[in-house]
Design a protein around this ligand. Structure first.
Ligand SMILES: [Fe+2]
Length: 316
């Protein structure tokens, strides 16, 4: 019997640490392992992904440095405005106001004007390495689902190829979790910093410094801890890939739990892979048994829909 409390590890087998494998048999075996992991858990730890350790260290160190600046300095980069282009920058979120966040947007002018120099280079390097991993993953998923080569890859031109003419909602966030006021630490139910939800990405790639994320088991509904595994990136499925795969890869329900001994020094850096705003989102393979219909929508319209829902939730 399968152990659903263990998140699968998928070996991406990058050779000499930076080059993706090219052997057809190896590529097919990676596609199969990835497919199995996403079907059973909707998520996986990715090993041998080719991103050098120093790239992670740098983005974590620079982010930590930024979050430890005086509030007056961080607030110079505060996010503002209502347009997506204004969405980047620094803000404090979570209901207990202990989660600081910097959203790194991809539009050139935003990067130039708003991202503090201190972290800009680290973020850009991080993005570029993770784009190689993401492109490789999309190709493996295309193989697993028997889709046309590069069909998923080409739906992310704004993110992966940094094509300035293609609008994208993809972004990287750097999150820093502070310490809760003891009065806000609930015993029952467990204290959550972020309630359960699914991401409205195609996939999300996360690196984190300490436990906190939990994913809901697809079959038994139990919460499974996502622990940082040395040298791995955590991948989980978002709503868009669920739709493209007709429910074969269900979007991962996840939440963030507060650990008193860890928070105050926990960092997490998710890369939210959103397809280009004009990318079509509809099932690309027959819908899996038990799943309803997925009306066609563009990625941009889906994003607006979910942002509105989120706003309504926040207002209530
Ligand atoms: Fe999330």
């Amino acid at each position: 019997m399968k152990n659903f409390s263990e998140i699968p590890v998928v070996d991406l087998k990058f050779c000499d640490s930076i080059t993706p494998p090219t052997d057809e048999d190896i590529l097919r075996s990676i596609s199969q392992a990835l497919d199995a992991g996403l079907v059973s858990h909707g998520c996986a730890y990715l090993a041998n992904h080719g991103v050098p350790d120093e790239i992670f260290q740098n983005v974590f160190e620079k982010s930590s440095h930024f979050f430890h600046l005086p509030a007056s300095e961080k607030n110079l980069y505060q996010k503002s405005g209502k347009k997506f282009a204004d969405y980047g920058g620094y803000y404090v979120s979570s209901r207990q106001q202990v989660r600081e966040r910097y959203d790194f947007m991809f539009q050139t002018e935003i990067v130039k004007n708003k991202t503090p120099e201190l972290i800009q280079h680290a973020f850009s390097q991080y993005r570029s390495h993770l784009n190689t991993v993401a492109g490789f993953l999309f190709n493996r998923i295309e193989t697993a689902l028997d889709l046309e080569k590069d069909s998923l890859l080409n739906a992310h031109r704004g993110a992966l190829f940094q094509d300035p003419d293609v609008e994208t909602r993809a972004h990287i966030s750097s999150l820093f979790y502070g310490k809760l006021n003891p009065d806000d630490v609930e015993q029952e139910p467990e204290t959550l910093i972020m309630d359960e939800h699914t991401d409205f990405t195609s996939i999300t790639l996360i690196t984190t410094s300490a436990p906190g994320i939990q994913v809901k088991g697809e079959f038994d509904g139990n919460w499974i801890n996502v622990s940082p595994k040395s040298g791995t990136i955590f991948l989980h499925v978002g709503d868009i890939l669920e739709r493209w795969s007709g429910g074969r890869y269900p979007a991962t329900v996840h939440r963030v739990k507060y650990y008193e001994n860890i928070c105050g020094n926990r960092q997490s850096i998710p890369y939210f892979l959103h397809p280009d705003v004009h990318a079509k989102v509809e099932p690309l393979i027959p819908i899996a048994p038990g799943w309803g219909s997925y009306p066609a929508i563009t990625a941009g319209d889906y994003w607006i829909l979910k942002m509105r829902e989120k706003q309504i939730k926040l207002n209530n």
